[in-house]
Design a protein around this ligand. Structure first.
Ligand SMILES: *Cc1c(COP(=O)(O)O)cnc(C)c1O
Length: 415
């Protein structure tokens, strides 16, 4: 089931302890290859921002999107440089603080602007700075309302109403407009993604300015359930390529087509490994309690997301035996002092179940498809240190982030 075999996961757990994140480089490279038709693949690093993952992306010719000063520093640490390769890092946000303005100017990092206020702030400091405009096309779509990033309920991007004013200001300041960007949501589907290409053509015509590139944004779905459809990337490219050609005809010259996936590149490439510490039953549920919580993997608590869960038996010779007495369906929960710390719940917080094969205390439990918005959304809630990250490449695994120590947390409070 898992992308890793059981022995590997047992070894990793033994060597690095649990909970732990494990990634597979080959799966990431496979995902990258599916998008090679695009002129630029720009990884939205917030999905999985470890510098070793960024280095892997860079070696594959993938560029990077940063949404904070911290993510810019991560890109630089991973060897990205806009001086060596222009535009290899882009900064996307709806606000920009003064330190981040300094950082983008110093490192020649184009800014994908999501608000008129940002435009003033950048122009004050660097009136010729390269920028993108992130447009909110008036509609959006995501796997959850919380990941829908377009439409009237979204805080993101320049609305169509504000677009003429943004263009006028860009021209008055002399800012260098690279292109128009649109990210309608995370975990969308082909129908909505293609709605976005038609909107892009209309918006470029409406904006009535010259540009060198367009960006589709991210949102490309990754399968979580067995029956989830895989995105047909050739159809996705064809639709956007047609939009690009329409825009080229309109402008009278060639433009570049960028795609900006996060989840698509990493979600299916990582797992969260945990150990079972307790089994207990109530009148409603058979609970399996593990040593990972929503401070590690937030998605189920935040969105009711599904992650396929699997048992790796401690006993290497374990053979499934179907005892009539043993329960089949379990609720899986973590150690946090919070009743919402349950990995099997729907979007309304109702506890549901997954079928597990004879879980026992001491067995490992694997949360699959946790490579995107997994480690990068972790927190220190309940004063729990961040779990280590391990990268499997070419038959070898290595530690790419140490386990955080509790002393690291306390150190910040020594004043
Ligand atoms: C989050 C984000 C992405 C990536 O979204 P995915 O659904 O992970 O592909 C792309 N672009 C921007 C601007 C984002 O904020």
């Amino acid at each position: 089931m898992s992308i890793f075999n059981s022995n590997t996961l047992r070894e990793v757990a033994q060597q690095f302890g649990t909970p732990a994140w494990v990634y597979d480089a080959a799966t990431i490279r496979h995902q990258i290859r599916q998008l090679r038709d695009f002129d630029v693949i720009r990884f939205a690093q917030k999905a999985c921002s470890n510098t070793h993952i960024l280095r892997l992306m860079r070696e594959e010719g993938v560029m990077v999107d940063a949404v904070s000063a911290g993510e810019i520093e991560r890109s630089l640490a991973a060897g990205y440089s806009n001086i060596e390769q222009s535009e290899s890092i882009v900064f996307t946000a709806d606000i920009i603080d003064r330190e981040t303005v300094e950082l983008v100017v110093q490192h020649h990092i184009p800014v994908n602007i999501g608000s008129i206020d940002m435009l003033h702030r950048i122009a004050e400091k660097a009136p010729r700075h390269p920028i993108w405009i992130r447009v909110n096309p008036g509609f959006g779509h995501g796997h959850s309302e919380k990941t829908n990033t377009g439409g009237a309920n979204s805080k993101h991007g320049i609305t169509l109403d504000d677009l003429p004013q943004a263009i006028t200001l860009i021209q008055q300041y002399g800012l260098d407009l690279i292109g128009i960007h649109m990210h309608i949501g995370s975990g969308s589907d082909l129908e909505h993604l293609s709605q976005a290409c038609n909107a892009m053509v209309e918006i470029v015509k409406f904006a009535n300015v010259d540009i060198r590139a367009i960006s589709t944004g991210g949102g490309l779905p990754a399968p979580y359930l067995i029956n989830d459809e895989k995105l047909d990337t050739s159809i996705f490219f064809r639709l956007w390529d047609e939009a690009r050609r329409d825009i080229e005809n309109h402008l009278g010259h060639a433009i570049k087509l960028e795609v900006e996936p996060g989840r698509f590149l990493v979600a299916n490439a990582g797992v969260l490994l945990s150990e079972i510490h307790c089994l207990k039953s109530t009148q409603q549920h058979h609970f399996v309690l593990v040593d990972a919580g929503f401070n590690d993997l937030l998605r189920p608590s935040m969105y009711g997301s599904y992650h396929k869960i699997e048992v790796i038996h401690q006993d290497v010779n374990y053979k499934p035996v179907r005892s009539m007495a043993a329960p089949l369906n379990y609720a899986v929960a973590g150690p946090l002092c919070e009743s919402g710390d349950v990995f099997t719940q729907d979007a309304n917080g109702v506890i549901c179940h997954q079928t597990l094969d004879n879980p026992r205390v001491g067995d490992l439990l694997v949360f699959n498809d946790a490579g995107g918005y997994g480690a990068s959304m972790s927190s220190n809630y309940n004063s729990r240190p961040l779990a280590p990250e391990i990268l499997m490449d070419d038959g070898h695994y290595r530690l790419i982030r140490k386990r955080q120590q509790i002393s690291d947390l306390l150190a910040l409070e020594v004043l």
